[in-house]
Design a binder for this molecule. Structure first.
Ligand code: TRP
Ligand code: SF4
Length: 438
């Protein structure tokens, strides 16, 4: 199995993603001490992560950290696109610097849109919706890939340590894949890592909240961030923790600097072996690795390196479309768009695929299947804040006390409220966009 970020597969088999790709489970201990954990975190909609512990620690210890995510504007914004912005807005409330890439280069390279078309979708649809949903302009920047020279430069520079075999293995590119497409993952890697350049806030933990289909880009970015490091901190086979210099120039100076840093961190039993380009640290424990590595990363920029912190990611599930397949802009009946009228939305909800039984009698007797119901998914992801209310619907459905007709009506009512609210605020949002653009 390969994850293809440009296909329309939904990757429902989440445990397989963990086993085969090493995505880790997003367990409660990673978020339960956050202030007012967001419903998408609480309810298992975030199904996995890479390196989230760093983000957790930054949040809990009130250290600086950044969010970088991107959108590929193609058509209208629907509820599936809304989820990642819900997450972003929540993290903004926890103090993250927000960076959002409009992936116009990617849309051009992989979907065949022109840069002008993407710009229009972004300015008319996506950005006004983000603002209407509550994204704040403070500590928030939105940029277009095609207009961001630092991102494009970094993409090119990072390309030096990514080879063709790796691209083929990761993305299945072939001899007939066009060059713009081949380069677009590098641009995304540039998006993800440029926020750690000094001009954009410097080296710090960065979270990339995305759908699971984006994991190949995450792996690429995490790998290349480390290929550019000057130091590597690891535990050797015989359980010793050591700092290793990864380059061949200035080894002496790099070892000197590492020694200074280690002493500042109160590690004083150091064994330096210049021939191995290594410093072994007696008394260091496994949990010290991250602390040492972060301290060295921060100094690397003064020594001619980039000092990237390895970027972290969370992966959310996809929303099922109202028709039972993937929610997709190209199938309007499968999606509720944020610009739909309440009437349009109601029509889609009323004809959606539920987890109800074939007849009412049967449903009263055996109950419904909320786990296989798109209406329940609407409640879970978007419409109901109160966990107790949600639980009540879940058990009433399972016990055959709730019938799909009334349930759909209730969902339509809540959806009406949500859409009218966003609509009202979107009208005012258009004049605000400039405050967000870089
Ligand atoms: N590839 C993403 C998508 O298809 C969009 C994107 C571009 C992105 N740059 C990014 C996502 C950086 C996360 C981080 O939707
Ligand atoms: Fe879905 Fe509600 Fe029907 Fe249960 S009763 S299957 S939750 S629509």
């Amino acid at each position: 199995m390969k994850i293809d970020p440009w296909s329309s597969t939904t990757y429902q088999d989440y445990s397989r993603l963990r086993d085969e790709f090493g995505i880790e489970e997003f367990t409660d201990d990673l978020w339960k001490d956050f202030p007012k954990p967001h419903k998408l975190l609480r309810r298992g909609v975030i199904i996995g992560h890479r390196g989230f512990q760093q983000i957790h620690d930054a949040i809990v210890n009130k250290k600086p950290w950044a969010i970088l995510t991107g959108l590929m504007p193609s058509g209208k914004m629907h509820l599936g696109h809304k989820m990642v912005i819900d997450e972003v807005i929540y993290y903004q409330s926890l103090g993250a610097d927000i960076n959002i890439a409009v992936a116009d280069i990617e849309a051009y390279a992989t979907r065949g849109y022109t840069l002008d078309e993407t710009m229009k979708y972004a300015l008319d649809e996506y950005l006004p919706n983000y603002i209407a949903m509550g994204l704040k302009p403070e500590k928030c920047r939105i940029y277009f890939q095609s207009k961001q020279q630092d991102v494009k430069d970094l993409a090119y520079i990072l390309g030096k340590k990514i080879n063709w075999s790796q691209m083929v293995a990761t993305y299945g590119f072939t001899g007939s894949t066009n060059m713009a497409h081949i380069f677009s993952p590098l641009i995304q890697t540039g998006d993800i890592l440029h926020v750690q350049l000094k001009k954009y806030g410097g080296n710090r933990p960065t979270l990339v909240p995305v759908g699971v289909d984006q994991d190949p880009h995450i792996r690429l970015s995490r790998d290349v961030s480390q290929s550019f490091r000057l130091y590597n901190v690891t535990q050797t086979k015989d359980k010793k923790i050591g700092v290793f210099v990864k380059v061949d120039e200035n080894v002496g100076k790099l070892l000197d600097t590492a020694e200074e840093i280690l002493k500042k961190l109160n590690f004083d039993k150091l064994i330096r072996i210049t021939d191995y380009k290594a410093i072994y640290i007696n008394g260091a424990k496994e949990e010290d690795i991250q602390i040492i590595d972060n301290a060295l990363a921060k100094i690397e920029t003064k020594l001619g390196g980039y000092g990237f912190f390895q970027p972290s990611a969370t992966f959310h599930r996809f929303m099922t479309g109202l028709t039972g397949e993937k929610m997709s802009s190209s199938k309007p009946e499968s999606a509720i768009f944020l610009t739909d009228t309440p009437k349009e939305a109601k029509k889609k909800i009323m004809s959606s695929k539920t987890g109800g039984a074939v007849t009412l009698e049967e449903q009263k007797k055996n109950g419904g299947k909320p786990d296989e119901c798109v209406v329940y998914e609407l409640f879970l992801y978007h419409l109901i804040e109160d966990d107790n209310e949600l639980l009540q619907i879940y058990s009433d459905c399972k016990n055959g006390k709730k019938m799909c007709g009334e349930c759909k009506k209730y969902a339509s009512q809540l959806m009406e409220k949500l859409l009218l609210d966003i609509n009202e605020r979107r009208n005012k949002a258009k004049s605000q966009i400039q405050k967000y653009l870089e």
